[in-house]
Design a protein around this ligand. Structure first.
Ligand SMILES: Nc1ncnc2c1ncn2[C@@H]1O[C@H](COP(=O)(O)OP(=O)(O)OP(=O)(O)O)[C@@H](O)[C@H]1O
Ligand SMILES: [Mg+2]
Length: 284
């Protein structure tokens, strides 16, 4: 099967002027995203996530190495046509409405007429900007609404691959959860999603596989379920076990040479607690 995205020895150096030398932003990156996968590009600020994405998009030329999209060389028309892109901190002309923004993207990719108008309505509904919201100017949108409008724009040509550079940056937890759900919906429709994010709790919810970059180099790579499963540990959740029986259980465990490394009442994830604490209408 042709990979949705593949890079080989991808490298990018930025020249900073002759006396300040060079910045190595991405080094020898080998990466393969399979069709239908949700793939997370993780790493601290400045680790090369955006630079790698821009090379895959053909917006930046690699210093060496190569990137392919569905088998086409990155940057060619054929490759670009496969991708919808939501940049990091997107700038949108704020005098446009959400609908007009999507129309603008649609026209850029050669669409028009009744089919474009139908697509605009579909997308506004998909990103929950249907009705009045889609016709308001972007100036009046919240950060979450803006990101969703941008996402709708990226989806206009029904691309097979979505590349989202920090789609939830600056978005509140309810808004982030909506974007997360959208990513899952896209996956269900068979789309490939390559995204970067610092919100690891969310990454945990959506990503099939991740790469962790550090100073341009790949530090870790793998399926999340494999990376996060601690194979040498075993966890049993119990309800209604009295204190005395717990003592007995601990003794039983120790007798077998095992060690209790964690114990206690199960913990809720912060995201769930936070959202539960808000009044119902704020959660939407
Ligand atoms: N146009 C550029 N000119 C010079 N250096 C650059 C340029 N773009 C990126 N860099 C440098 O390349 C490195 C990687 O940057 P990049 O933006 O890819 O990181 P990132 O992982 O996306 O970070 P963040 O999480 O902050 O978005 C950084 O050291 C950055 O300063
Ligand atoms: Mg970035």
């Amino acid at each position: 099967m042709t990979a949705a995205v593949r890079t080989r020895g991808l490298r990018k150096e930025f020249a900073m002027g002759w006396f300040r030398g060079r910045v190595l932003a991405v080094e020898a990156l080998e990466m393969e995203v399979k069709p239908g996968e949700v793939f997370g590009l993780l790493g601290p600020n400045g680790s090369g996530k955006s630079t790698a994405m821009k090379m895959i998009l053909g917006l930046l030329r690699p210093t060496s190495g190569e990137a392919e999209v569905c088998g086409y060389r990155a940057g060619t028309m054929a490759a670009r046509r496969q991708i919808g892109f939501l940049p990091e901190n997107p700038y949108f002309p704020n005098f446009l409405s959400g609908a007009e923004l999507i129309r603008y993207y649609g026209k850029l990719s050669g669409m028009g007429g009744a089919s474009l108008e139908r697509r605009i309505r579909e997308l506004l509904d998909l990103v929950r900007l249907g009705g009045e919201a889609g016709h308001r100017r972007l100036r009046t949108y919240s950060k979450g609404m803006l990101q969703r409008a941008g996402l709708a724009g990226a989806l206009v040509g029904d691309p097979e691959i979505l590349m989202l550079d920090e789609p939830t940056a600056g978005v509140d937890p309810a808004g982030s959860r909506e974007i997360r759900d959208l990513i899952l919906e896209l996956k269900q429709r068979g789309k490939t999603v390559l995204f970067s994010s610092h919100l690891l709790e969310q990454v945990e919810d959506v990503a099939d596989r991740v790469i962790i970059l550090h100073r341009g180099q790949k530090l870790r790579e793998g399926r999340l379920d494999e990376l996060l499963t601690r194979k040498n540990e075993w966890e049993i959740k119990v309800e209604g076990l009295p204190e005395n029986d717990r003592k007995e259980m601990r003794a039983w465990i120790e007798k077998r040479g095992a060690r209790v490394v964690g114990e206690g009442a199960p913990r809720e994830r912060l995201e769930d607690y936070f959202l539960r604490s808000l009044p119902e209408e704020k959660r939407r």
